[in-house]
Ligand binder design. Structure first.
Ligand code: WT7
Length: 571
């Protein structure tokens, strides 16, 4: 097989002429798809749910198929409209207003979606938190956002330091309140009393709707702020890239605590009115193949780390299942290895389409489309209506085949509009009207982009973005740890794993128990995915004269690479 290029399969695709569309497309064309282009009344929740519920042809269509080890339920657009109206009424009752931050910290469940759309319907800003976050991670986000309300479960409540959060006035508990001290709002009780009708709060396209916290190489996680306007790009890319059609059954494996799980686990599919599959519980190849088979999934969005796990489970894992309904597969989060694409062709008889974007871009930016050839290893070409390029450090565009900063011409519809409360941080992303991604890449003569790596120290482990600073800060909170330097180390299945170098405080000696205790400490404080898989004790951690940890040097040592310029190294 020619692995340089995998040609297009015949089909009726949304983006059937990429080149022409790229040259002519204008985002204004998309506006007609939304009711606000006629009514002037904007709310993304209305467009994603109510608009379909008010359409006699769609109102009883299944919007959500929810499946977890102990629940299996379906909800129509009409059901979701009513339940989110109920929650919006609960929010109103407790004084939540437009612009307030309401966070949700719970596993994927039907209640999650009622709460999420309820928040948007009152014009508040939703902050979904990944269920695996531990106390420090939860605290940082609630503190920074000054969230006034949190929706969580009794099980997760112990990770919420609610008495120490001055702004957090109210907590809604989804599930039995087992005599938890304090006064909590009972989700089910309130929902039962709440009316199923609600007048949606109309907002401006540029009003806030979502905060996603994400990591950089320095400092605490930052609140990436998105506005209702993003719906234009969610909607259109879900057509072009996910190739969603009216009767599709779509499955996005990402949790809504991450941007993939909101932009394409919620908005993309529902703005397009398709049936959306949500699966709780743990990953196993059998469960995943069974999900694809049982719900007759047609379009699937997942991540390289998952594909690699499926690949290593071998073809015997897939054989018992009938996946004949599946017609389109897409991937995001990390580089998609060409060998995974080869495996996909064999296992599913389908191409896996890589897509590149970030929390900050809000929606897909550089992608492989069903109607263009795939060059395995390439992220594809820019979404029509978005200009991507490679620039040097002065902000000048570079010609083909030269590596530089992967940059996007600002603005585009789904671009973040702020970093919460940190205007200078937001400004620092831009150079000459280019948004600087922090990734290095090049493009070839045909306009395909090729990912080369991160330019900063951000770690990408199993597709999840981890800031080394956060992990280092947690490590040095442990009584035994004096200093810490954290890097990403290449790993065949997870992309990268977290490796930490530490020095020990006086009086502590290295032992397996101690190292394990330190790992557990990070796991309990931050989250499992931010826990160093490898921990190495050193006599000192290399730092610059100004005291910055030289992670690059740690990485070079670890990987046996040349150390480069070490002139700033402290004596
Ligand atoms: C970083 C953004 C938005 C999706 C989830 C990740 C890396 C993302 C790819 C890809 C190579 C990729 C980049 C990017 N990344 N997609 N297709 N190929 N790298 O969002 O957590 O904001 O992370 O993930 O390094 O900058 P995120």
């Amino acid at each position: 097989m020619n692995m340089e290029r995998i040609g297009v399969k015949e089909g009726n695709y949304h983006l059937s002429n990429y080149d022409k569309t790229y040259q002519q497309f204008d985002w204004d064309e998309v506006k007609q798809a939304f009711s606000w282009s006629r009514t002037g009344k904007v709310n993304i929740a209305y467009e994603a749910i109510d608009r379909h519920a008010e359409n006699p042809m769609k109102t009883d269509q299944v919007a959500l198929i929810y499946s977890s080890p102990d629940r299996e339920e379906t909800y129509t657009f009409s059901d979701l409209k009513q339940s989110s109206n109920q929650f919006a009424n609960v929010l109103k009752k407790y004084g939540i207003e437009k612009g307030d931050r309401v966070f949700i910290f719970m596993p994927r469940s039907p209640e999650f979606y009622s709460a999420f759309f309820g928040i948007l319907k009152v014009g508040a800003i939703a902050g979904p938190l990944f269920e695996a976050f531990m106390e420090q991670a939860v605290r940082d986000r609630l503190e920074d956002s000054e969230a006034s309300m949190l929706v969580t479960t009794p099980e997760l409540l112990e990770r919420v330091p609610h008495k120490e959060l001055a702004h957090l006035k109210q907590i809604v508990l989804v599930g039995e309140d087992d005599n938890k001290e304090g006064s909590f709002i009972d989700f089910h009780e309130e929902m039962n009393q709440a009316s199923k009708s609600f007048d949606v709060e109309w907002v401006d396209l540029e009003d806030g709707m979502l905060l996603h916290y994400t990591s950089g190489s320095t400092g605490k996680p930052k609140g990436v702020y998105h506005v209702h306007h993003a719906m234009i790009q969610h909607y259109q890319t879900a057509k072009w890239v996910l190739d969603l059609h009216e009767n599709d059954v779509y499955w996005c494996t990402a949790d809504p605590g991450w941007v993939t799980g909101t932009s394409y686990g919620i908005f993309g599919p529902w703005l397009n009115g398709v049936t959306n599959v949500v699966v709780g519980g743990r990953f196993s190849p059998e469960n995943w193949y069974k999900t694809l088979q049982d719900y007759e999934v047609t379009v699937w969005y997942s991540a390289p780390t998952a594909f690699r796990k499926l690949m290593s489970a071998g073809s015997q894992a897939i054989e018992p299942f009938d996946l004949s309904k599946l017609r389109h597969i897409t991937s995001v989060g990390e580089p998609l290895n060409p060998e995974v694409i080869v495996w996909g062709l064999e296992a599913f008889k389908l191409r896996i389409h890589d897509t590149w974007w970030m929390t900050e871009t809000g929606a897909q930016v550089i992608c492989n489309y069903p109607a263009i050839d795939i060059k395995p290893g390439s992220m594809g070409k820019p979404v029509p209506g978005v200009v991507a390029s490679i620039i040097d450090n002065e902000g000048n565009e570079l010609p083909p085949n030269q590596m530089g900063n992967l940059a996007i011409k600002a603005p585009w519809p789904s671009m973040m509009r702020a970093i919460w409360k940190r205007p200078e941080k937001y400004e620092s992303y831009f150079l000459n009207n280019w948004y600087i991604s922090g990734d290095s890449a090049y493009y070839d003569e045909e306009g395909y982009f090729w990912f080369q790596g991160r330019l900063d120290d951000v770690i990408n482990t199993s597709g999840e973005r981890v800031g080394p600073f956060e992990v280092e800060s947690k490590l040095i909170e442990h009584p035994a740890v004096a200093e810490a330097g954290v890097i990403g180390k290449p790993h065949p299945e997870r992309g990268e794993i977290i490796k930490a170098f530490i020095t020990l405080n006086e009086g502590y000696v290295q032992s397996d128990e101690l190292l394990d205790d330190i790992r557990q400490f990070v796991k309990k404080g931050l989250s499992a995915h931010a826990t160093p898989r490898e921990l190495e004790v050193k006599d000192s951690i290399p730092k610059t004269r100004s005291g910055k940890i030289m992670r690059r040097l740690l990485k070079s040592w670890e990987l046996g690479l040349p150390t480069g310029d070490v002139s700033t190294l402290e004596e």
